[in-house]
Design a protein around this ligand. Structure first.
Ligand code: SF4
Ligand code: SF4
Length: 535
């Protein structure tokens, strides 16, 4: 009936022996925590549950004996409905707050951090060309850094942050997307659901205790991120400010124990009660959106993203970073024209790309890693479509070149004979200056797995139907690109000036005027007001 400390203990000091251990069994020697088996009685007579287990975020203390013949575990509180009812996709909140927090959890030290007056790490993004901003801070984060000047530092490592926590963040975003008022209502998730979502239930190499310890650790990381928002007027939505608030609040973690025949309690489950932060009132508010007071921004989360990240994060972190970043690209699966340096910055950070530009060995290593990470993306169904002009076959990865080989043996033989007669061969190393060519190379889009693509298309159709309905309700007269250009020129406005007035980019105006994109209802109204069109 005792507990012991495992090797996992990181001596974080959260379980304060004098406060949490009623029997004084926990001792610290040379910063190493241990439990005296003669004093530990699993908190019997003091608490219902072993306190050191409850306070330890990684469940380091474990019972000394694991005997057969456990009693039935206690009943758990009901959880929220399962995500991915079709086993494949679920809607999830996809606003900037969620996207940027996902970037924080995946790209960590690669982001441009600053330190505020209280010494907190801050990551800030400007909104609408500096008219507003959204900033993030992380509670109790350990990091190493180099000081550049007074408030600018270069974070070099954030060891306690784990890219897999981004999966939990997305799970929370999916749960929040299916409730009406996420800023008021909580959702309840337990370890069994999380195991299923992440594909951990198939991991026979991990013990239950290891899985629970991992889940508890990952579940808490997204809750350490807080956001402060200063949002400018955008379309019909008025400007608003939100004070610092956590993105996710864990209201309670319930630990479920079962007792063996010797009376030792074993942790067998966890239930998390979670509530979304105030940001949802402005970015995930269905009613508010109908009334033009808030946004309701959501996308489609394929379960395969979670399971893929969980299986590749160690060997191919660059792939996992790209995958999670691509999830938020609205035109996923459609033409995106992503440059190679953009993808490299996402996958490895700005510094590595800069270093590669000046050092040959770093450059070679980075190209090799990038090509291998692209291959993994391709393997998991996100097939890059190389731009034939900027990313020709001669600089494409070898695996992509070989994909063009005919399956038929005879045809393949002809192919190689033909290839041998050319000046440059398929298997030749990249040409001199490959790096410089890659800096201008583009991937047109990533072709998605069929199921995902179909779901996304249905989702877009649904959104379009909704926006058409709104358009009809508003009885807006359609304005074409040519009318916009004429009205703009009549008012002697440049594309840039009009873009600034609307809070859009110049390329957006150019695309609308050329008829490349359809105007959304709210943007049409905005243009009508600014240019005095239609209506
Ligand atoms: S189980 Fe209770 S008595 Fe034993 S070490 Fe932990 S806190 Fe102390
Ligand atoms: S809380 Fe857990 S990891 Fe931290 S010192 Fe206690 S047992 Fe070790």
């Amino acid at each position: 009936m005792t507990h012991k400390m495992t090797e996992n203990c990181i001596s974080c000091g959260t379980c304060v022996p004098q406060i949490h251990c009623p029997t004084g069994a926990i001792t610290i020697e040379d910063e190493k925590y241990s439990i005296n088996p003669e004093l530990c009685n699993s908190c019997e007579g003091y608490y219902e549950e072993p306190q050191c287990v409850i306070h330890c975020s990684i469940s380091s203390p474990v019972p000394t004996k694991a005997k057969k013949g456990r009693y039935k575990a206690e009943t758990r509180i009901p959880t929220s409905s399962n995500l991915f009812p079709n086993g494949k996709h679920s809607p999830f909140a996809s606003s900037i707050a969620i996207w940027e927090a996902c970037n924080i959890l995946t790209q960590r030290e690669s982001l441009p951090w600053t330190v505020n007056a209280e010494g907190k790490l801050i990551y800030q993004r400007s909104i609408k060309q500096g008219q507003g901003s959204i900033s993030f801070s992380i509670k109790d984060v350990e990091y190493s850094s180099q000081i550049i000047n007074d408030d600018v530092i270069k974070v070099t490592d954030m060891p306690a942050m784990d890219i897999r926590a981004a999966c939990l963040h997305l799970i929370y975003a999916a749960h929040a997307a299916v409730i009406d008022k996420p800023w008021e209502q909580e959702f309840v998730i337990d370890d069994q659901q999380i195991e299923r979502y992440l594909g951990l239930e198939k991991r026979k190499d991990l013990s239950k205790a290891t899985k629970l310890s991992l889940i508890k650790n990952l579940a808490q990381q997204p809750c350490n991120i807080s956001t402060t928002i200063d949002w400018p007027q955008q379309g019909r939505i008025n400007a608003f400010s939100l004070p610092e608030d956590q993105l996710w609040h864990i209201l309670d973690i319930q630990h479920h124990f079962s007792e063996d025949s010797t009376g030792s309690k074993h942790l067998v489950g966890l239930t998390f009660r979670v509530k979304a932060g105030l940001w949802t009132k402005y970015f995930l508010n269905r009613e508010g959106c109908k009334q033009g007071k808030a946004f309701y921004q959501y996308g489609i989360l394929p379960q395969s993203i979670l399971t893929t990240v969980m299986s590749i994060w160690q060997q191919h972190e660059g792939t996992a970073r790209m995958l999670l970043w691509l999830l938020f690209k609205t035109k996923m699966g459609r033409e995106q024209r992503l440059t190679v340096p953009t993808l490299m910055r996402v996958a490895y950070g700005e510094q590595k790309v800069i270093r590669a530009s000046s050092c040959r060995d770093d450059r070679k290593r980075l190209i090799r890693t990038f090509e291998s990470d692209l291959e993994v993306l391709n393997h998991y169904g996100l097939k890059p479509e190389f731009d034939p002009v900027t990313y020709p076959q001669e600089i494409q990865p070898m695996w992509a070149k070989l994909a063009a080989l005919p399956d038929d043996g005879e045809e393949a033989l002809d192919f190689w004979i033909d290839d041998g007669s050319k000046n440059t061969r398929l298997t030749d190393n990249g040409p001199r200056g490959k790096w410089n060519m890659l800096l201008n190379a583009r991937i047109l889009w990533f072709k998605l797995p069929e199921e995902w693509d179909k779901h996304l298309a249905d989702f877009e159709k649904q959104k379009l139907r909704y926006s058409n309905k709104r358009k009809r309700t508003k009885k807006l007269a359609a304005i074409c690109g040519e009318q916009i250009m004429t009205a703009r020129k009549n008012q002697q406005l440049s594309q840039r000036q009009l873009a600034t007035m609307l809070g859009k980019s110049q390329s957006w105006i150019r695309d609308i005027e050329s008829g490349r994109f359809q105007l959304k209802g709210e943007d049409q109204m905005l243009l009508q007001n600014v240019l005095g069109l239609g209506g």
